[in-house]
Write a protein that binds this ligand. Structure first.
Ligand SMILES: Cc1cc2nc3c(=O)[nH]c(=O)nc-3n(C[C@H](O)[C@H](O)[C@H](O)COP(=O)(O)O)c2cc1C
Length: 181
């Protein structure tokens, strides 16, 4: 099983990238590739820019990565109750090539933030909107108060209860893959 994971953020030390990376590596016997949105930095999308330069090669490259996946794991950053600009920009460029950005792939949707709500607003938006863009959302998980519940040095969730919750979801997803194949 190939997993493509990424954080929906361009922060160098993105907590969402850390969470997506941790979740992806909980899957046993999976090939994991973690993407960094900084490798897909494109000009701010506009229809004028699109006329000027056409489809962006990095958007094509991002879509190719999604195409390789058996499971996509994304953890979205919440900025002003919405997607980060970095994620939205990649998403907009990609959507002009293929509106089904997620290409009917199974998706594990995560969010985290340093606040108590753990990115609940962006989770709600993505749950509603991603399926229109070809995401088959199989499970969701929000990690609240990241810095209280995640140990950066080990790269793992430190809150045992939340860790068990995530592991149970991973087991459920892994089982559904085994029974399908
Ligand atoms: C411009 C901006 C807006 C933010 N808005 C929210 C918000 O609406 N809700 C929230 O929980 N956190 C908000 N935050 C805090 C982020 O969740 C926090 O910075 C987190 O680290 C972002 O994830 P990242 O490290 O993966 O980029 C905001 C941060 C910035 C810089």
């Amino acid at each position: 099983m190939k997993i493509i994971a990424f954080g929906g953020s361009n922060s160098q030390n993105s907590i969402n990238k850390k969470l997506a990376t941790y979740a992806a590596h909980l899957f046993e016997n999976a090939e994991v590739e973690v993407l960094d949105l900084n490798d897909y930095e494109m000009p701010l999308f506009s229809v004028d820019k699109e006329i000027e330069i056409g489809q962006h090669e990095l958007a094509k490259a991002f879509l190719s990565k999604i195409a390789e996946a058996d499971l996509v794991i994304v953890s979205l950053a919440e900025n002003n109750s919405n997607y980060s600009v970095a994620f939205k920009n990649v998403f907009d460029w990609c959507s002009r090539i293929n509106a089904k950005v997620f290409q009917e792939k199974p998706l594990f949707l995560l969010t985290t933030s340093d606040g108590k709500r753990g990115g609940a607003n962006v989770m709600e938006i993505a749950r509603k909107v991603f399926p229109r863009h070809g995401a088959k959302i199989k499970a969701t998980f929000s990690l609240p108060s990241f810095y209280l519940n995640f140990d950066i040095s080990s790269g793992k969730i430190s809150n045992p209860e939340l860790n068990e919750q995530l592991k149970a979801i991973v087991q459920f997803l892994a089982k559904s893959f085994i029974s399908r194949n």
